[in-house]
Design a binder for this molecule. Structure first.
Ligand code: AHZ
Length: 310
C-alpha cells in the first residue's frame, strides 16, 4: 500500500495505481485501429476540480469590476456582445444569463419549427456573422435557428474580453445617487446569485447575493415572464421610471421598427434592448421574426460605445 509520506496531495501522484501513460496522437488519423491498447492521459479528480474552479474564481475576481454587464444571453444580448466584442476589445464585458443554456428564445424559429426568419436589412448581420440563408425577397431564412444561435454564441465566447456567467441571475441593480438625472440616481452595476439559489429565497434564509460594479449595464431580459423584463420592472419599483407601457399584441409590421428605434439608455447607466423594451414603451410584439433582436443588439452596442466615448 502507498505510504502516506510518499503521497503528494498537491500533485495527486502516489495514490493511484494502474494509470496508463496515455496514447499519443498528433491527429485523429493517428488513433485509427489503435483502440485495443488505447488509454487517456493520466488524471486525478482534484486536477479537474482545480482546473475549473481556479478559472471560475479568477473570472469572478476579474469581472467584479466590469466595463459593461449584459443581462440576458438571448438573441439581442448575444448580438450586442458580438458587436461590442468586435469593436471594443479594450472593454471588459460580463454576460449574466439566468439559464444553464444561453440563447433565450432563439433555438427555434417559432412554435416548434426549425427555420428562422429575419426581415431585411437584418441579413447584413447574418453576412457579418457568416451564417448562410435563403433569400426570399423582403426577408431571409436560416435553415435552423440553432445554426444562427450556435454560430453567434461560438463567436461571442471566443472574444478574450467577454465572459459568460450562465446559470446566474441578476437579482437586483446597483444604484448610486446622481442629481443630474430625473430620478436622482444612476445604475452602477448588478447584484447576482446562482439561479438555483435565486429560486429558493422563499424557503431558505441567509443566501445573500454577489455583485458586479460596472458603469454601464445593458438589459436584454426579454418580455415579461418568470424572469423576463427584470430590469425595467425593478426600475418601476425603485421609482426610477413611473410606470411601464406594457407589451401590446402582435403586429410584425410595427413591432420590429419600434424595438430597434427605441433601443436606448432608458435610465443613466442602463441601456435596454430586445423584447424587454416593449414593456417600457408599450410596443407590439413581433412573434417569430428575429431581425429586430439582432439590429436592436447592433444599436445597443452603438449606444454603449457612445457612452464610453463621452
Ligand atoms: O434566461 C433569459 C433569456 O435567456 C435571460 N434572463 C431573463 N431575466 C434574467 C435575469 N438575469 C439573467 N434576471 C435573465 N438573465 O434573458 C434572456 C432573454 O432572451 P429572450 O430570447 O427571451 O429575449 P430577447 O429580447 O433577446 O429575444 C426575444 C425574442 C422574442 S420576440 C417574441 C414575441 O414577440 O413573442 N418572443 C421572443 C422570445
Amino acid at each position: 500500500p502507498p505510504q502516506l509520506s510518499n503521497m503528494s496531495y498537491k500533485s495527486g501522484k502516489g495514490l493511484d495505481t494502474n494509470i496508463g501513460n496515455g496514447t499519443e496522437a498528433k491527429n485523429l488519423e493517428a488513433l485509427n485501429g489503435r483502440w485495443d491498447n488505447f488509454n487517456f492521459a493520466p488524471i486525478r479528480e482534484s486536477q479537474v476540480s482545480r482546473a475549473m474552479t481556479r478559472r471560475y474564481f479568477a473570472d469572478l475576481d476579474t469581472y467584479a469590476e466590469s466595463d459593461i454587464v449584459i443581462i440576458g444571453a438571448g438573441s439581442c444580448g448575444l448580438s450586442t456582445a458580438y458587436m461590442l466584442g468586435k469593436q471594443r476589445p479594450d472593454l471588459k464585458i460580463a454576460i449574466i444569463e439566468a439559464g444553464v443554456s444561453p440563447g433565450g428564445g432563439a433555438w427555434l424559429g417559432g412554435q416548434l419549427f426549425s427555420a428562422m426568419v429575419m426581415r431585411k436589412p437584418a441579413d447584413a448581420f447574418l453576412r457579418d456573422l457568416g451564417v448562410e440563408f435563403e433569400d426570399e425577397g423582403d426577408f431571409v431564412v436560416v435553415k435552423h435557428a440553432a445554426l444562427f444561435t450556435s454560430t453567434l454564441l461560438s463567436k461571442v465566447l471566443t472574444f478574450p474580453n467577454i465572459k459568460l456567467f450562465n446559470a446566474t441571475t441578476v437579482e437586483d441593480l446597483i444604484t448610486r445617487p446622481d442629481p443630474t438625472t430625473n430620478s436622482g440616481l444612476r445604475i452602477a452595476g448588478v447584484v447576482t446569485n446562482w439561479t438555483l439559489v435565486s429560486m429558493h429565497h422563499d424557503d431558505q434564509s441567509c443566501m445573500d447575493p454577489n455583485t458586479i460594479n460596472a458603469p454601464l449595464v445593458i438589459s436584454t431580459t426579454g418580455h415579461d415572464g418568470p424572469f423576463g423584463a427584470f430590469s425595467v420592472k425593478r426600475l418601476v419599483s425603485m421609482q426610477a421610471v413611473e410606470k411601464l407601457g406594457g407589451m401590446r399584441g402582435l403586429d410584425m409590421r410595427s413591432a420590429e421598427d419600434a424595438i430597434v428605434k427605441g433601443t436606448r439608455e432608458v435610465v443613466k447607466g442602463l441601456i435596454v434592448g430586445g423584447m424587454e423594451l416593449s414593456e417600457v414603451d408599450g410596443a407590439n410584439r413581433m412573434g417569430p421574426t428575429f431581425g429586430a433582436m439582432v439590429l436592436s443588439g447592433v444599436k445597443a452596442a452603438e449606444e454603449a460605445i457612445k457612452v464610453f466615448e463621452e
